[in-house]
Design a protein around this ligand. Structure first.
Ligand code: TRP
Length: 341
């Protein structure tokens, strides 16, 4: 029996951080063992990222080509294996743009206008003249997923509405044209550890807040970031009793140093453990976990052509499937071919 398909993408916004690694990539790495996985770097979606100050979007995208290459290195060094999954650049499969155009004919504007992410973007960035591309973001995402007939989409809760819209668009297409071309796509909302920002356990690590540790930092720079982590503000001297529950360092011990969590808590609460030592102990564990990633990264940075070859081969595999999907789509819609027109 054919394996079920998993599809997911990330916007190339520069270096990724521990939140992306623990929240998404580690899960993608696990999924490649069990499913036929398609992982794409969504350079077209990056063009919708608003710049603020009335900017339409693409003004703020930065060096797109460099960011895409960097993201491929991030993914490969985190353990995505091109022998097991297809890793490629969204725009290298132009059939996705064609499917987006087709879907734009059957996407009710109301669905897009009610999309919570769109409303957040427009309000959050005070966008006065939102672009057609920003409004149609979920339609492009649906094309990303359905070009490869994705069964499952591993994403965070914030993307659930987009995946539901993908499912609805696929089903709408099937019923309009009378053939089950597309599967019933489902979000895979996997349990992932909550990754706090450096500035507080109630904050989420995110690029836009600047409270992150990038995965491409050296061991020394990682230590520097750990030193800035928010700790219990009422624990001033080493022997003051502390409150681990509000402490970012403690939260990260829970991710990188699980086996020592209990003694760390009781020592902190008793005032027999200082924050500086506690941070250094975390740094050691975290750097040990990140070391294999750094080694792979160094190899890939030394061989940019290898990265290009991997992306090229991934795009070839993906395009073969997207071409077949588009052939079916045109057929059920009675779009003329050169042969039958
Ligand atoms: N919208 C997703 C995000 O911002 C990125 C994305 C684009 C995506 N296309 C996708 C995710 C297809 C899953 C499937 O995180």
């Amino acid at each position: 029996m054919a394996r079920k398909r998993v599809t997911s993408g990330m916007r190339p916004t520069g270096s990724i951080h521990l939140g992306n690694l623990l929240g998404a990539l580690n899960n993608w790495v696990r999924l490649q063992e069990e499913y036929d996985c398609f992982y794409f770097i969504v350079d077209w979606h990056a063009l919708t990222t608003p710049g603020g100050g009335g900017a339409v979007g693409y003004e703020n995208v930065g060096d797109l080509t460099a960011n895409v290459h960097e993201m491929a290195i991030d993914w490969l060094s985190a353990g995505l294996d091109p022998e097991k999954c297809s890793i490629f650049v969204q725009s290298h499969v132009p059939e996705v743009a064609e499917l987006h155009l087709i879907f734009s004919m059957i996407t009710p504007l109301g669905w897009l206008e009610r999309n919570p992410t769109y409303k957040d973007m427009v309000q959050g960035y005070k966008i006065e003249n939102p672009s057609l591309g920003l409004l149609g973001y979920p339609t492009l995402q649906a094309a990303d997923i359905l070009a490869y007939k994705g069964d499952f989409v591993p994403v965070g809760k914030d993307q659930e509405a987009h995946v539901n819209m993908t499912r609805d668009l696929g089903q709408r297409f099937n019923s309009l044209f009378g053939r089950n071309v597309f599967p019933i796509t489902k979000a895979l909302l996997t349990e992932v550890p909550k990754v706090p920002g450096l500035d507080g356990v109630d904050k989420k690590m995110s690029k836009s807040s600047g409270n992150y540790i990038a995965t491409n930092l050296s061991a020394e720079d990682t230590v520097k970031k750990i030193r800035t982590m928010f700790t219990d503000p009422v624990k001033i001297r080493k022997d003051d009793p502390g409150h681990p529950d509000g402490c970012v360092v403690y939260a990260f011990h829970g991710i990188y140093n699980k086996s020592e969590l209990e003694p760390i808590r009781s020592e902190c609460e008793k005032g027999t453990r200082g924050c500086v030592d506690c941070k250094m102990q975390l740094a050691e564990k975290m750097n040990a976990a990140l070391e294999p990633i750094r080694e792979k990264r160094a190899g890939l940075e030394a061989d940019p052509n290898l990265v290009r070859e991997i992306l090229g081969a991934g795009a070839d595999k993906a395009a073969a499937i997207a071409k077949e999907t588009m052939r079916e789509v045109r057929e059920v819609m009675n779009i003329p071919t050169r042969e039958n027109v």
